[in-house]
Write a protein that binds this ligand. Structure first.
Ligand code: BEZ
Ligand code: FE
Length: 287
């Protein structure tokens, strides 16, 4: 009897979704029902455990504010963001790989001129970042837009420490020049822990996981007629490249922030010589 009921209830809920006007919504809700029911059949949670799970999700929602997105963080630490990102992207050969958006892109990056310094505090090791935005056949994409954001040298985003960092610190919206080139100054990013003072932190502690991400700079690159890419560049040699708390490292996204001794190039970037220089191209797939 019990066995029959647990089988039938799944069919009954899936049947109840038949009237869903949007076929994709119906597909998603039906699959969600089947997988959730299978999860319950497999693990047999007690009522107390289920209440605890609901309490956890409630606390996750209650932790979200205009500058904090605990649900994105939860999706990130469970590897779901990376799965969605990777399965959803249809990447032309040679196009830049995507990775997670993360929860700190909630504010608009200030428009900045090429060459500007996005490190408004000036506390970190200066570095120059440069490259080109190209189509997958190698054609430069003049006017491509790059949205850039990163944590400061101590591993915090502007929205996490508004008392210390001015709004827009570590952020910039750049437009590539007539040859698709971009360049800007910043500080070398550091590895940092994702926020652990909420429910996701409790989950990491309960599972004995560390909260660290390897040093990186975020980019969203977009250009007319091309699919945008949301990605990072990771600092070669950074700790945690092989154990990112959100599983977002892809080999192709690791870049050398090379020690560079070149007075004339330093002059072009307006940076003291010698300096650290990350150079890489962002390659977009035509739509
Ligand atoms: C980030 O890199 O900003 C980030 C990504 C996922 C979770 C937390 C932070
Ligand atoms: Fe980040």
């Amino acid at each position: 009897m019990t066995t029959e009921f647990t089988k039938d209830i799944t069919g009954a809920v899936v049947d109840s979704l038949k009237g869903t006007a949007d076929p994709r919504l119906r597909e998603l809700l039906s699959a969600l029902t089947r997988h959730l029911h299978d999860f319950v059949r497999e693990t047999g949670p007690t009522t107390e455990e289920w209440e605890r799970a609901i309490g956890f999700l409630t606390a996750t929602g209650q932790t979200c504010t205009d500058t904090r997105q605990e649900f994105i963080l939860l999706s990130d630490v469970l590897g779901v963001s990376m799965l969605v990102e990777t399965l959803g992207g249809h990447r032309a050969p040679g196009a830049t790989e995507s990775t997670v958006l993360g929860p700190f892109h909630m504010t608009e990056s200030p428009v900045r001129a090429l060459g500007a310094d996005i490190d408004l505090v000036g506390a970190g090791e200066p570095c120059a970042v440069s490259g080109r935005v190209l189509s997958s056949d190698g054609t430069p994409l003049p006017g491509a837009v790059l949205d850039v954001w990163q944590a400061d040298a101590e591993g915090y985003y502007d929205v996490q420490r508004p008392d210390i960092q001015p709004p827009g610190n570590g952020r910039g919206l750049f437009t590539a020049d007539a040859e698709g080139r971009f360049w800007f100054r910043t500080c070398v990013p550091s590895p940092y822990p994702i926020p652990t003072d909420g429910p996701v932190g409790d989950l990491l502690r309960a599972t004995g996981r560390h909260p660290y991400r390897p040093a990186h700079i975020h980019f969203i690159a977009s250009a007319e007629g091309h699919a945008s890419v949301t990605t990072h560049i990771f600092v070669a040699g950074s700790p945690y490249l092989d154990s990112d708390a959100v599983f977002a490292v892809k080999e192709s996204l690791v870049a050398d922030f090379a020690e560079t001794d070149d007075r004339s190039l330093a002059g072009e970037f307006g940076i003291p010589n010698p300096f650290r220089h990350a150079r890489f191209d962002l390659v977009l797939e035509p739509r």
